[in-house]
Design a protein around this ligand. Structure first.
Ligand SMILES: Nc1ncnc2c1ncn2[C@@H]1O[C@H](COP(=O)(O)OP(=O)(O)OP(=O)(O)O)[C@@H](O)[C@H]1O
Ligand SMILES: [Mg+2]
Length: 332
């Protein structure tokens, strides 16, 4: 039985469709991500789940109860935003305690709960600090603590890590996953960053122009893209047309199909008679990215650094791909 169910949610603004019949189901305690490019409708969908926006059509069911038109404060749903949204005039303790004070919890109980949660987010030493004195990562942990302390049925995350720099984002991501796991609060997480969705989620959906392109576990979506959009957006896969499949991969497919190959599965070797030329080699630390040009199209191969390919720019190469690494995608 699903804990959160969205049925045929649609929404348009000024006659423009932003969400088109979204159906999704989230299980209790699950970490569920919605990933898609800027403008695809992620925030709008979260706002509809939170009650900050009304859908034009469709229903939302949370914990067995329809909440489509219920006021936001009656939904028992917490939100963590990208910009932290803390109260600037309050210190860390006051920010986190705020929700419990409103609910008229006993002072001693509030204090104990705040101390507990600050331990969990590893910010005990900052209990009396004004929020402006905290770093971005610390502020985001306070905003998470402020939501978790209320033990909502559901937490919605709207790109909570995108204001943090790369290393902090990776750290905070791991922290977030640990806290969600411990608290077991069902979570819906919105991001445009596919690696974030892949690493955090139990289940995920790929959203494009208000339409769900694919649902599944991260490994399923990554390894078995159902369409070109998912193949390119989630794994930056190489897409071969019918003609390219035949010429370059020696693979026969029909007019309504393409072949998708992950960058890390695309291998090559020198072949002077080939029509494929190495057009660029980009070293990025752990990996080297080879751009291979065939007519006016570029294919990408990503190779772990230590594998030490002996290939130079302008070399001619042929592709070598293991038979089980092709994914044939149906066009429709
Ligand atoms: N209140 C509104 N009035 C008019 N248009 C809106 C409104 N809210 C959202 N939109 C439009 O709906 C589309 C989807 O917006 P939304 O904020 O849901 O995208 P998003 O996927 O969250 O994008 P981003 O990754 O940039 O945050 C955009 O074209 C946006 O301009
Ligand atoms: Mg958004």
């Amino acid at each position: 039985m699903s804990f959160l169910i969205l049925e045929k949610i649609s929404k348009s603004f000024n006659g423009i469709n932003v969400l088109n019949g979204i159906n999704l189901e989230v299980k209790k305690s699950e970490f569920f991500s919605i990933v898609g490019p800027s403008g695809c409708g992620k925030t709008t969908l979260l706002r509809i789940i939170a009650g900050l926006e009304k859908p034009d059509t469709g229903r939302i069911i949370l914990d067995g109860k329809e909440i489509t038109y219920l006021e936001p404060q009656k939904r028992d749903v917490g939100i963590v935003f990208q910009n932290y949204a803390l109260f600037p005039n309050m210190n860390v303790f006051e920010n986190i305690a705020y929700g419990l004070k409103i609910k008229k919890f006993d002072k001693a109980v509030i204090e104990k709960k705040v101390i507990d949660i600050l331990n969990k987010v590893q910010l005990s030493s900052k209990i009396n600090s004004p929020v402006y004195s905290l770093s971005g990562g610390e502020q985001q942990r306070v905003s998470l603590a402020r939501v978790i302390i209320n033990e909502p049925k559901l937490i919605l995350f709207d790109e909570p890590l995108s204001n943090l720099d790369y290393l902090l984002r990776i750290d905070t991501r791991a922290e977030l996953k640990r806290l969600q796991h411990e608290s077991e609060i069902t979570s819906v997480y919105v991001t445009h960053d596919q690696s974030e969705a892949l690493s955090l989620s139990d289940e995920m959906v790929v959203l494009n122009s208000g339409i769900i392109m694919q649902k599944g576990k991260p490994t399923e979506v990554y390894n078995n893209p159902a369409n070109i959009f998912t193949a390119e957006f989630i794994s930056h896969s190489n897409i071969f047309s019918k003609e390219e499949s035949l010429n370059l991969l020696n693979l026969e497919i029909n007019e309504n199909q393409v072949t998708s190959v992950l960058q890390e599965n695309l291998r090559f070797e020198n072949e002077d008679s080939s029509d494929i030329v190495v057009s660029d080699i980009q070293f990025s630390g752990m990996f080297t990215e080879f751009l291979l040009k065939f007519r006016d199209k570029i294919f990408k191969s990503v190779i772990p650094y230590e594998s030490n390919y002996d290939v130079k720019i302008n070399d001619k190469v042929k592709l070598i791909i293991a038979k089980d690494k092709f994914k044939v995608i149906e066009l429709n």
